[in-house]
Design a protein around this ligand. Sequence first.
Ligand code: PLP
Length: 389
Amino acid sequence: MQSFQPPRRILMGPGPSDVSPRVLAALARPTIGHLDPEFQKLMEEIKAAMSRLFNAPDHACVPLPAPGTAGMEAAIMNLLEPGDRAVIAINGAFGGRMADMADRAGAEVTKVEFEWGQPVDPVKVEEAMKGGPVKVLAFVHAETSTGARSDAAALCALARKYGALSVVDCVTSLGGIVVDVAAWDADVVYSGTQKCLSAPPGLSPIALSKRAQAAITGRKTKVRNWLLDFNLLMSYWGGEGGRTYHHTAPINALYGLHESLVALFEEGQQAVLVRHARTHESLAAGIEAAGLKFLVDEPHRLPQLNAVIVPDGVDEAAVRSYVLAKWDLELGAGLGPLKGKVWRIGLMGASATPWHVRLCLSALCEALEAQGFKTDAKAVLAAADAKLA
Ligand SMILES: *Cc1c(COP(=O)(O)O)cnc(C)c1O
């Protein structure tokens, strides 16, 4: 065997995003014990920073020791018991994954489906809420498979109106667009580290409301998975002192998350959101100047995930191979019904900079030219730059 040396890559797909040198440096600091008093201080700081970032002062906030999907699984498995009814909105790949998990939890699942690229329509969801008691209403805030943003405030309000607990997937939204758990009065909200937080994958920040915690404590049956059982988890991550062993926290990964949160608050939460919005506007101006179109209508577009329609006569995969080979640039492919039909361009976290936008547009124009699709690269860059002037 030999040491693995990753090639240089610029990450502008659906995640992971570029990880900044300071986060990489933090990951390489010496490993200490997970019950070391200094490590426990770090755990407390991370919990406090997460509650600030989610704006969830009354929620229990914990980073789960696995990627974003673990947050989803924890939310669904802890809240749902066999026979409970769950209404799940599906407007892309991740809503579908939630429905599968709820089914595995033994719940009675009502799926409310939307065309990929559309936001979740609260009116249609309300129709589904009317047919008897609902334990959980789950949806994806920022659907990474399509680049569509849904109205989290309206959907959480619907959950309250019908006495259901809301589960909000904020894997791609946290750190890229406004996530305001207190204002939404959301119950369970989870994210991942490798999207707009720009840390490596492997952790899932989650926040649980008092209502959600009471529902979990009051379960008639045990949570079906052990690692993510919130009752057990909190014996480890709960209040300061008196921690008992549950699992071994991924110590260095938590150094990385901590550093990415330090960087985020240094820049300022509002400034981070403005940076995402502005780089998106710049990219969008360039994309349109190149004669390309977005999948999602403007009001529902996510700044951090741009699904661009592959024009007729252009080979989707060949463009991605070209930019990877010539520019070390990773773009995302379409999933499910969008396979071969869109590119997914991420502007997440450390990858949301004017430099990334210019590099991506230059690479894309070159790759399109190589296939005979004419663009004016100079005009494309000028359109993008004009938005940042
Ligand atoms: C990436 C993503 C997930 C899954 O996260 P993993 O870290 O890949 O497990 C879930 N939901 C959304 C919306 C995502 O973008």
